[in-house]
Design a binder for this molecule. Structure first.
Ligand code: ATP
Ligand code: MG
Length: 281
């Protein structure tokens, strides 16, 4: 669905996005993961044809982005980082208006409102909506014309746990409907849970690209941490693939003196730091 080759872009004279290459397959949830200012939204905007002054190639659904026409947007739904609703109109009026901009007849508005639990608030002005309600409304706005490709910019950012869960379930539901989904986030838990593959982005570059599982497994082995009593409590740890060589641990096992033992995998955040030298926050 997406092919990016040797992509370069800059807002100023200084290069910003440099030598990016990746592809996104149909039906995949692909994540851009990186700290604030990394270039995630910039990259999404290039792929949406909003920043045509790039070098290299960015082909989305068969169209080179700089040559997009209005038709390009018939198959693309966008949930922008910031709310894009008319605040003085009701939720239903907003959806009716945006739906009228597409040639394609899309999904029924009532059905979408119900899907995100807004059916009883549909006639309220958007200005009176809570943050969680606004983000659910923005999400279904992206689905109005039933596009094959969804771009979601920070879909879970700033949501309370209940709204966060609901948003993630909605995204997974769209994946089941065989949509291709590109999302940006700096929340590694959400990325791990949602994405088939993630690209680590920092300073306008891709530092790594793989499934969250492979990224976690590729670096830093799982560690085993154990404690025992000997005139007070002691703690030690060892990589899981070197346990047989850990003499202290072997002795404690032989003498049944272990007080606790547990293993922990590195998180995607640890791996991000190891690879890019930056934290996600
Ligand atoms: N229109 C613009 N003109 C000049 N510089 C810009 C413009 N838009 C963004 N930038 C700069 O490009 C850099 C990357 O911005 P971008 O919005 O892509 O980051 P991001 O990864 O989406 O960050 P966040 O997680 O905060 O949303 C920032 O340094 C920003 O100031
Ligand atoms: Mg952004």
């Amino acid at each position: 669905m997406i092919q990016v080759n040797d992509l370069y872009f800059s807002y100023t004279t200084k290069p910003f996005i440099e030598a990016m290459n990746f592809t996104v397959e149909k039906g995949e949830i692909f994540g851009f993961l990186g700290p604030s200012g990394a270039g995630k939204s910039t990259l999404q905007k290039i792929l949406l044809g909003m920043l045509p002054g790039y070098r290299g190639s960015a082909i989305v659904n068969g169209t080179e982005c700089r040559h997009r026409t209005n038709r390009f947007y018939e198959n693309i739904g966008v949930d922008f980082e910031f709310s894009t609703m008319y605040e003085k109109l009701s939720a239903r009026e907003n959806l009716q208006f945006f739906s009228s901009l597409y040639e394609k007849s899309g999904r029924p508005i009532e059905e979408l409102l119900e899907m995100v639990g807004l059916q009883n608030d549909a006639d309220k002005r958007v200005a009176d909506f809570s943050k969680g309600m606004k983000s659910r409304l923005n999400f279904i706005k992206a689905l109005l014309h039933d596009p094959a490709l969804l771009f979601l910019d920070e879909p879970t950012s700033g949501l309370d746990p209940a709204n966060n869960r609901m948003m993630k379930d909605l995204i997974l539901e769209e994946k089941k409907r065989e949509k291709t989904i590109l999302l940006t986030t700096h929340n590694m838990q959400d990325a791990t849970e949602l994405c088939d593959r993630v690209a680590f982005i920092a300073n306008g570059k891709i530092y790594a690209l793989d499934s969250p599982h492979n990224l976690i497994m590729s670096k830093g082995a799982t560690r085993v941490t154990y404690t025992w009593m000997d005139h007070g409590e002691h703690t030690a740890s060892c990589p899981i693939d070197r346990l047989s060589g850990d003499e202290v641990l072997q002795k404690l096992i032989a003498q049944n003196r272990l007080k606790s033992i547990h293993s922990s995998e590195p998180t995607l955040n640890d791996i991000f730091m190891e690879i890019t030298g930056r934290t996600l926050l």
